[in-house]
Design a protein around this ligand. Sequence first.
Ligand SMILES: [Zn+2]
Length: 377
Amino acid sequence: MSVLITGIGELTTNTEAGGDALVIDGSEIAWVGKAGNAPAADERVDVEGRAVLPGWVDSHTHLVFAGDRTAEFGARMAGKPYTAGGIAVTVNATRAATDEELAAVVRKHIAEALRQGTTFVETKTGYGLNVADEVRSARIAAEHADEVTFLGAHLVPPGEDADTYVELVRGEMLDAVAPLVRWADVFCEKGAFDYDQSKAVLAAAAAKGLGLRVHGNQLGEGPGVRLAVELGAASVDHCTYLSAADIDALASSDTVATLLPACDLSTRQSLPPARALLDAGATVALASNCNPGSSYTSSMAFCVTTAVLQMRMSVEEAVWAATAGGAQALRRTDVGVIRPGARADLHVLDAPSITHLAYRPGVPLTHSVWRRGERAN
Ligand SMILES: [Zn+2]
């Protein structure tokens, strides 16, 4: 089954190629170019001048959770500071939930994101924090998300000794979870795991063949970026507080700086120095960090709008970061791009150009979405 899409007012491909038409064949893009040169297709859809871009690639979410942290959020907005310890509230609720309850939460948020143009989702474990619940979280995540990350080192469970817990994470827990995931991640931050503990976990994961990611530099300057670059991690996520040396290190590495502006806003932190990163030559991705504590949004459009209006990124830079940038943070070349052979993940805006994402902040602009060649809404 092939579909010719015509009438594209503005086509963002994230490649050199452009045009006003494209062909989907099965689950992949088959052709991109000018409508007059289009090959024959089984079906034809005219998008009537609307903008078409790759579906959002959300490279950082935490969707395997239960419970609610509305009260904590309200208290924070009333002036209480954010600390890493709030994660424990979600851990208790997640451990108490059934498999079906957890799966329903994952499905609900992936469906919510898809309706807003997100066609590729990474998600993490990290609210189990014991062997059985981390394995269960990874299994449920793998059933629903496109990429899964092991985040056993999210927080030291209350009452446990940090070094003993690190040994569990890099030993028995990693052994049990590794077959279910592609990535391992550590929350390298004051109140979570320090440089040595983080490095011990990531080195063990790398030895198992997992790719690496780091949560770093969220609440203050710290060793997260340095560690990520040193170990060749695919991304370091948050990057809210960076030294000049951190920016230089990122600019001269393959490690993507994944910025999570909805999280910074929801915890009343500063926004990350996107302009300095881009000007230095670092690769920047944008992601939602959808989770019940510090960033409870699945809206990539909100992140793009914020990046443009408040982080001095151009619309083109922000859209690239939320599509191809997310793909690069996950070391994927088949998504975040519209070219023959890529996954047919398309986002049609009810607007003539991507500029409207920032020009019309807060307005829901998703007209239609295609995922793996199928019309999703
Ligand atoms: Zn996170």
